[in-house]
Design a protein around this ligand. Structure first.
Ligand SMILES: C[S@@+](CC[C@H](N)C(=O)[O-])C[C@H]1O[C@@H](n2cnc3c(N)ncnc32)[C@H](O)[C@@H]1O
Length: 354
């Protein structure tokens, strides 16, 4: 016999439609709540301990009663637990909002909830009508210019990229035969989190970390901490102008999704000019199912990232077919697409020069 739940889901199992919809309605307030927590240093004040609303208010410079209301709202969101009446502490998820947590996500949340990013999403309708970035119209310059004009935001962006790259850095070095190469170039490699992990796992390999000056600002200490600084050169440049010569393999992680096909073509052409005939192009990004090949579903992250890239820079997340076409247009042949193991949610796309 069909239950009420079956009927409301048109025969499929799952929560009732209202229970699906209502949490989505609160997405925007929750994002602001997270941002405000970070601005006020709520998670850092908790640390490993407890705090009352009054103690937290004294730290934040806010009023006790509204602060109590904020802490209460964080309980059902799974970020804070009320361990006794008016004694709160962080849950394991809330602890990731601490700046000093080894798996901190604080910078990522800060960067993706900046007022400029929120404004960009307010203009989603414009983006849908133009398939283009809205940042230029809103701010008079593109997303990277916006970030790089503000040194604090720029450092937070580099840290955010490192935080979101950690999961892939855990699994990529053991997933691909990097040991056969002499030099790996990470193009747009940011602070070097991924390259450092690959170099640490392959002691015979050398690296070139290539990015803008602002992108490389946090790289030297990162490579030092990983113990690979002596095998990794830092090279400042513009990947729309050229890529460093001397690599056997060229890595692009979370770079192509920022850009239109045309701009990706310029980056790939630059790599094609310097990659040796037996070299490799390695793209690490989420790979979407081709429209019509499999229903979109599962983790909404790549689809929301797809729209974020459109709004920020006119970029997109891509299917395997999209990557094959991009590669072909710049003189590469796609040879494989493999899903990386958890905790990464990305795939490795390999291509060879033709
Ligand atoms: C989305 S981040 C990815 C960083 C890193 N690959 C990762 O996955 O953690 C894109 C990178 O491209 C760099 N970038 C943007 N425009 C660039 C340009 N014109 N030339 C060189 N690097 C650039 C940024 O500084 C940033 O580090």
């Amino acid at each position: 016999m069909a239950t009420e739940q079956d009927r409301t889901n048109d025969g499929r199992t799952g929560p009732p439609p209202q229970a699906v919809l209502m949490p989505l309605l609160w997405g925007h307030p929750v994002a602001h709540l997270l941002r405000t927590m970070l601005r006020l240093g709520v998670a850092d004040r908790f640390g490993d301990g407890e705090a009352t609303a009054e103690e937290m208010a004294a730290h934040c410079g806010t009023l006790p009663e509204p602060t109590r209301r904020m802490l209460r709202a964080l309980v059902p969101l799974g970020l804070v637990a009320e361990v006794r009446p008016d004694a709160f502490r962080l849950t394991p998820a809330g602890a990731l909002l601490r700046a000093d947590h080894p798996e901190s996500m604080a910078a990522t949340i800060r960067v993706f909830t900046t007022p400029a990013m929120v404004r960009a999403w307010e203009h989603l309708e414009d983006g849908l009508r133009t398939d283009g970035p809205v940042f230029d119209a809103l701010l008079g310059h593109d997303y990277f210019t916006h970030i790089r004009k503000d040194p604090e935001l720029s450092a937070a962006f580099n840290t955010a990229m490192s935080q979101t790259t950690r999961a892939t850095a855990e699994v990529l070095p053991g997933h691909y035969a990097f040991g056969r190469f002499g030099t790996l170039v990470d193009v747009g490699g940011g602070d070097g989190t991924l390259l450092a992990a690959v170099l640490a796992a392959h002691p015979g390999l050398r690296g070139i970390l290539y990015d803008s000056a602002a992108g490389l600002a946090e790289a030297a200490p990162r490579l030092e901490r990983a113990g690979v600084a002596d095998r990794c050169a830092l090279e400042t440049g513009d990947f729309f102008v050229s890529a460093p010569a001397g690599g056997d393999a060229y890595l692009l992680k979370s770079v192509l999704h920022d850009w239109t096909d045309e701009r990706c073509g310029v980056i790939l052409d630059g790599i094609r000019r310097v990659v040796p005939d037996d070299g490799r192009l390695l793209i690490v990004e989420p790979v979407l199912p081709a429209p019509g090949s499999a229903p979109a579903g599962g983790d909404p992250g790549p689809y929301l990232s797809d729209l974020t890239m459109m709004l920020a820079l006119g970029g997109r997340e891509r299917t395997a077919e999209d990557f094959a076409a991009l590669c072909a247009a710049s003189g590469f042949r796609l040879t494989s697409v493999t899903t990386l193991p958890a905790p990464s949610t990305f795939s490795l796309v390999e291509a060879v020069p033709v």
